[in-house]
Write a protein that binds this ligand. Structure first.
Ligand SMILES: CC(=O)SCCNC(=O)CCNC(=O)[C@H](O)C(C)(C)COP(=O)(O)OP(=O)(O)OC[C@H]1O[C@@H](n2cnc3c(N)ncnc32)[C@H](O)[C@@H]1OP(=O)(O)O
Ligand SMILES: CC(C)C(=O)C(=O)O
Length: 521
């Protein structure tokens, strides 16, 4: 097994993400966490870029003990001097000197001939090596550089004292096979009496950064460069957590280890996401919110029987507490029963279960995710039997005129008989309650009316709680209604309360029972 070193550039290339600007304190906190995560070198910034960039590199250099700290410099002596000054106090200082070698960069950006670029490499790597024991050199835009010129540039840097050679895929242009071959070609053709470590530095413009980085390892790279969560210029850099976990899970294939403390991965990702303000997509590999979530019935059933059926990474490996089986419209009975049992509903009969599962599917069709609170509400039930068997079925606001609303309430019984009643009120709730009153035709007074959102989000269910008094007996009844629509929840609650009154009037429930439900009644 080979050991692969990890260089993290979240604080340099990661900060090149449009809109990201870490404070010095945030950089220090991230650097400490990166050290804890097992990163072997941190590119803490570009000291010549600004006073804050300089100070951040300087402060991080003072603090880290195990992890090497490096700074970026152009092939410009003042950039190298700035790195030298910023890294004076580092326990393990390194420097990273770069210059572009592709035809388009040399001609248009640098406005230098290839010979001038080779001379600049020789001069500046030598200058850097006089100040640092460990010098990294990058031929920027290496993957669009003509191969023989790339070899010449790299050999020049090695001869001038560089010991790390980074081959950047600056614009995310290469492919895994091509990049693998580039590494093989350079490693086989470079001559040196010192150990030279090659590294990939991949951008994700074509979505191949992780595949390319892993291909470079196959091709002989001994260090990888990237960022946490893949932040960075344009489409970002390779996400180091993906590389680290791929090496672990596919050890058999890559035959390589790293010193990354994998169970610190989630904490590291969370910190960088918070300070960068870039949230991690739910479906992001390794650390996305859905990476260990299974919603479809067949997968949930498999995972309940053995997580290995659908999980190649255990959540614990990357510091996530547990996997999850969120319930949605594609979930199945096994996961539903598991959820019920997790919520303490172990004694539900098979018949009740079938009915609950059917109701759950109807609910799940309406909601993105069915939460624990939804399930509890489902089990608690919200309909109340009454002697006539009529229950609230539907409502419609039929007109709004002169500030008055007209609502039609539809009541239905088990025999599918339907009765519509219509009423007006100064608001939709009042109109609905008036319509329910005219359906039940009994003396009921509404004493209180409360609404609570029982689940979170815009698709939350509303629970309406009403207290009514049977004016003929003085008994107080409480009832609830649950729906996505506040008006429907209100109508359900009020018709449930009326059903209780109706049951009392029919002698089905005695005062004693209703008093038990409400001692003050
Ligand atoms: C692929 C990468 O990610 S490379 C890193 C990119 N990161 C950054 O650019 C962030 C930090 N950069 C900065 O703060 C500024 O660009 C500075 C301080 C470095 C330079 O600022 P300025 O002097 O105003 O120059 P500006 O950024 O406009 O242009 C860059 C100059 O550097 C030159 N240059 C670019 N790369 C290199 C290099 N590797 N070696 C030598 N010169 C270079 C350009 O040709 C240009 O030179 P010119 O002024 O003679 O035309
Ligand atoms: C400076 C180099 C390594 C770089 O960031 C790139 O080419 O993307």
């Amino acid at each position: 097994m080979r050991n692969i070193e990890f260089l993290d550039t979240s604080l340099r290339d990661g900060e090149q993400t449009p809109g990201v600007n870490f404070s010095i304190n945030e950089k220090i906190m991230i650097a400490k966490q990166l050290e804890k995560w097992g990163i072997s070198a941190i590119e803490a910034g570009f000291p010549a870029a600004s006073p804050d960039s300089f100070t951040a590199v300087q402060e991080i250099a003072k603090i880290l003990t195990k992890t090497a700290v490096t700074g970026l410099a152009r092939a410009v002596k003042s950039d190298i001097d700035a790195c030298y000054e910023a890294l004076k106090d580092a326990k393990k200082p390194q420097i990273h000197v770069f210059i572009a070698t592709s035809p388009v960069h040399m001609k248009y950006k640098l406005q230098k001939t290839p010979d001038e670029v080779i001379a600049a490499i020789k001069e500046h790597v030598t200058y850097a090596r006089e100040r640092f024991d460990i010098v990294e050199f990058s031929p920027e835009d290496a993957t669009r550089t003509e191969k023989s010129f790339l070899l010449k540039a790299v050999q020049t840097a090695v001869d001038a004292g560089a010991s790390y050679i980074n081959i950047p895929d600056t614009v995310g242009f290469t492919t895994p096979t091509e990049y693998y071959e580039t590494f093989k070609f350079l490693i086989e053709n470079i001559t040196s009496d010192r150990e030279i470590i090659f590294s990939p530095h991949c951008h994700d413009d074509l979505g191949m950064a992780t595949a390319n980085t892993l291909a470079a390892i196959k091709g002989g790279a001994g260090r990888v460069e990237g960022t946490v969560n893949g932040i960075g210029e344009r489409a970002g850099n390779v996400a180091l957590e993906e590389v680290a976990v791929a090496l672990e899970i596919r050890k058999d294939y890559y035959q390589a280890n790293s010193e990354i403390v994998l169970n610190e991965t989630f904490a590291t990702s969370e910190l960088v996401s918070r300070f960068s303000g870039i949230s991690v997509p739910k479906n992001k590999a390794v650390i996305g919110g859905n990476a260990f979530a299974h919603e479809s019935g067949i997968h949930q059933d498999g995972v309940l029987k053995n997580p290995e059926t659908y999980e190649i990474i255990t959540p614990e490996l990357v510091g996530v507490k547990t996997n999850s089986l969120p319930l949605g419209k594609l979930s199945g009975r096994h996961a539903f029963v598991d959820k019920l049992s997790g919520l303490g509903f172990d004694d539900i009969t098979n018949e009740a279960l079938q009915a609950l599962f059917a109701k759950f599917k109807v609910l799940a069709d309406k909601k993105h995710e069915v939460t624990d609170a939804d399930i509890r509400a489902l089990v608690a039930g919200t309909t109340i039997e009454n002697p006539t068997g009529f229950q609230f079925d539907n409502l419609a606001i039929t007109s709004t005129e002169d500030g008055k609303q007209t609502v039609t309430i539809t009541m239905r019984n088990a025999g599918d008989e339907v009765i519509d009643t219509i009423a007006t009120g100064s608001g939709a709730v009042e109109a609905a309650f008036n319509a329910i009153d005219s359906f039940f035709t009994q003396s009921v007074r509404l004493n209180s009316y409360d609404i609570t959102a029982i689940t979170k989000g815009i698709d939350a269910q509303a629970e309406v709680h009403v207290t009514v008094e049977n004016e003929d007996t003085g008994t107080i009844f409480n009832a609830n209604g649950l729906d996505f629509d506040v008006l429907r929840a209100s109508a359900i609650a009020y018709s449930n309360a009326n059903s209780l009154v109706q049951r009392e009037n029919a002698g089905i429930i005695t005062k004693k029972i209703s008093e038990k439900a409400n001692p003050e009644g």
